[in-house]
Design a protein around this ligand. Structure first.
Ligand SMILES: Nc1ncnc2c1ncn2[C@@H]1O[C@H](COP(=O)(O)OP(=O)(O)OP(=O)(O)O)[C@@H](O)[C@H]1O
Length: 724
């Protein structure tokens, strides 16, 4: 009677896996786990590293990290990524956007299992440098798991000793039984506590090492991803949403980090603890062990079904989050336009729709996960209760001691907890595989046009060596001739709407200043973009001094060309930083000279910090004309042999324009200049004017010749003069 009462009391002190309380929040000692998950999910600690105690018994402890807000952001360094580059315009074009098959394996073939194992293999590869740390942290499992596995045995033993003592006391009517009096449960507990202290140290070491490994891994992934993204050609960026790229850099990279650290060790711990506790179950009572293992088949079956669903659904979740991020980014970048059009409500609605669909999809994922948690919960608790019922009967029949049953129940709980934890790990790894597919899709994408990152390419594809920009070699540039020969081009995003061609031909002599005119949208800026090889041609050739640009390293081509764009983009930093963008190794004096020549000092001198004044994100703190002057100074500092001035002075007042034109005249002396212009003031300065219409040059000549010929140019000028 007494012993069965004590067993019941003891069992009551165990955490009861109530359906109302998420067992994920407890360790096996029923202690509420203190650290919340970094995202707003309902689960507890699973931050950057594992902090889970080995004692974890509860089920369904997985965290659901799909919220972008949950993901820590980190500025990353630019590193080199190199690879084989197709340099052939006539190559079969690769898909503009990464194929969303999640294979990330480059070939995209194979069944699901093959793709998963390829991706896992690559994840291991990417984590290789942190192998020692991860293995060391896994090694701590030997200590912590052994101690954890010892505790149920010790508890059972303590209980048996206590029962023995109590029974002896009763039967001897007050006589003390020798030996039993020396047993003190408290001293035993104290001894076990010191062991737990050692296990605590092991948990600390594991957490500490995984934190380091995790951060290094995520940093490496983000650097590689950023490098591969930035290396892509313009056609890629025309179609890829920047929000999607950011989402891959943040959310997806975070998932991979979790898989390779927290989940990997959690998985290993799950295996060690499951195998350990199962062996001890068989050691204690093989019959009871068989009963308790009944829970495993439904858990694994469910894990397999749910794992697959999760992987697929997770990809949509990430894509939907990317769309929402894209909207946010666009709105914040264009906040003035939004406000000027009172479009706050519209934008809030747009964002709400996007983020709601992302979260609805997440709820969908949650449903699958909840069903899984439910099955695991019932299976695990069912098995424990079965053991309790059957084991209790064995105790009553005298075939099992109360201590053994207690130890057995504790091992059952350990096993159930770890099996469910293993299934959870499987589900998380499936999500990480989905994320890895999205990340490797970009990392593996070979740009059609090599970027300057590939210049000093003597390393392998995924080398992490920091590829510092080579020191600008400032050779004295000779004038360069430019020839467009039978060019045909349509933007890859609009392949059915040719902009130039089918036979766009133009010869520009070395040192010539040619003005390109034509109606809006006729393709003038496109000519400059093609010259700088930001896009590949559909057909034809562009020659610099007779050499096809596709046979020259694009970085070298771009070094020869300075473009002052219609809407120049400045970067966050000071005015001086932005000018120095033209030539990073320029001295302060050279920056100052360029600033003076481009009349930047006219406005910067009036600012308290002069050239050290911050321009804000995208140069938002400067006026349009000021931005143009900084952009001109940037090109002046670059000092290239070919200058493309795309409405370079359109935002300037007449006086500034006059001064800058003088400076540009000095700067462009002896250089080949393409002035893309609508304004007469620019056109008149040109040596020759070429009129662009329907994708080809329809007239060329000097200003006077074209006026006299009374052709298209004459009409354009007339229209402009009438508008004045
Ligand atoms: N990235 C792009 N993707 C698809 N189409 C584009 C892209 N950039 C420009 N276009 C289209 O190509 C055509 C030529 O554009 P381009 O900017 O070269 O004209 P432009 O003559 O410089 O015009 P403007 O004088 O107005 O600046 C336009 O119809 C434009 O809509």
């Amino acid at each position: 009677m007494i012993s069965s009462f004590r067993i019941t009391t003891l069992l009551r002190t165990r955490p009861i896996l109530s359906p109302n309380v998420s067992s994920s929040r407890f360790n096996c000692n029923g202690v509420l786990r203190a650290r919340p998950c970094p995202c707003s999910c309902r689960f507890m600690s699973s931050t950057s590293t594992t902090n889970d105690s080995d004692n974890q018994v509860g089920v369904g402890r997985r965290a659901n990290h799909t919220s972008s807000s949950s993901v820590p952001r980190k500025e990353d360094q630019l590193v080199s990524s190199t690879g084989s580059i197709s340099n052939d315009d006539n190559d079969t074009k690769p898909p503009l956007l990464p194929v969303e098959n999640g294979s990330g394996s480059g070939d995209g073939d194979g069944d699901d299992a093959t793709i998963n194992s390829k991706l896992l293999h690559r994840l291991f590869e990417i984590s290789k440098p942190e192998r020692t740390l991860i293995l060391a942290s896994a090694g701590t499992l030997l200590i912590t798991s052994s101690i954890t596995l010892l505790l149920p045995y010790a508890c059972g033993h303590v209980l048996d000793m206590a029962i023995l003592e109590a029974t002896s006391t009763t039967t001897t009517s007050g006589d003390t039984v020798s030996g039993a009096s020396q047993f003190s449960p408290f001293t035993t507990a104290l001894g076990l506590f010191s062991l737990t202290g050692i296990a605590g140290l092991g948990v600390y070491a594991r957490s500490y090492m995984l934190n380091i490994a995790g951060n290094r891994i995520i940093s490496r992934i983000r650097r590689r991803l950023f490098t591969s993204s930035i290396a892509q050609d313009s056609a890629f960026f025309d179609q890829m949403k920047s929000g999607d790229l950011i989402s891959r850099l943040t959310n997806d990279a975070w998932y991979i980090k979790a898989a390779m650290t927290t989940e990997a060790v959690a998985g290993l711990r799950g295996v060690v603890m499951s195998v350990g506790s199962t062996s001890l179950l068989f050691y204690t009572s093989p019959t009871l062990a068989m009963v308790s293992l009944l829970s495993i088949p439904p858990v694994f079956l469910m894990a397999r079904i749910v794992g697959r669903t999760l992987k697929e659904k997770q990809k949509s979740v990430q894509a939907l989050h990317a769309s929402a991020t894209d909207i946010a980014e666009e709105v914040f970048g264009g906040i003035k336009t939004v406000k000027l059009f009172n479009a706050e409500v519209l934008e809030c609605g747009r964002y709400a729709t996007a983020i709601t669909s992302a979260h609805n999809k997440e709820i969908d994922v949650g449903k699958a996960q909840a069903a899984f948690d439910g099955v695991v919960h019932v299976a695990a608790n069912g098995a424990v209760l079965l053991v309790m019922g059957y084991g209790g009967t064995l105790v009553l029949a005298g075939e099992l001691s109360a201590g053994d049953l207690t130890g057995f129940l504790m091992y059952s709980l350990l096993m159930a907890g770890n099996v469910s934890s293993l299934s959870g790990t499987y589900a998380e790894v499936m999500k990480s595989i989905a994320a890895a597919g999205r990340v490797f899709d970009i990392i593996d994408r070979v740009p059609q046009i090599p970027s300057s990152l590939h210049r000093s390419r003597n390393t392998t594809l995924h080398d992490d060596t920091i590829n510092k920009p080579s020191a600008h070699e400032r050779k004295h540039k000779e004038s360069i001739s430019i020839t467009f020969e039978g060019v045909g081009f349509a933007y890859p995003a609009r392949p059915d709407a040719p902009v130039l061609g089918p036979n766009f031909t133009l010869d520009i002599r070395p040192g010539e200043n040619i003005a390109l005119v034509g109606s809006s949208g006729s393709g003038k800026s496109t000519v400059a973009l093609l010259l700088a090889r930001l896009y590949n041609l559909d057909h034809g050739r562009i020659l610099l001094n007779g050499q096809n640009i596709k046979d020259i390293d694009p970085a070298i081509v771009r070094e020869q060309i300075g473009v002052v764009a219609q809407e120049p983009l400045l970067f966050f930093g000071t005015i001086a930083d932005n000018i120095r963008y033209g030539r990073p190794d320029a001295s302060d004096e050279e920056v100052m000279d360029a600033a003076k020549a481009a009349h930047v000092t006219h406005f910067s001198d009036a600012l308290p910090l002069g050239l050290k004044t911050q321009v804000g994100a995208r140069g938002a703190q400067l006026s349009g004309g000021q931005k143009q002057r900084v952009a001109i100074a940037r090109v002046m500092l670059k000092d290239p042999p070919i200058c493309v001035l795309d409405e370079a002075t359109s935002a300037l007042d007449a006086r500034s324009e006059y001064h800058i034109n003088q400076a540009l005249k000095t700067m462009t002396k002896g250089r080949t200049v393409i002035s893309i212009a609508h304004r007469l003031s620019t056109i008149k300065e040109a040596d020759r004017i070429a009129v662009l219409k329907d994708g080809r040059i329809v007239e060329t000549g000097t200003f006077d010749q074209l006026i006299q010929s009374k052709g298209i140019f004459h009409k354009l000028v007339e229209q402009q003069l009438t508008n004045y």
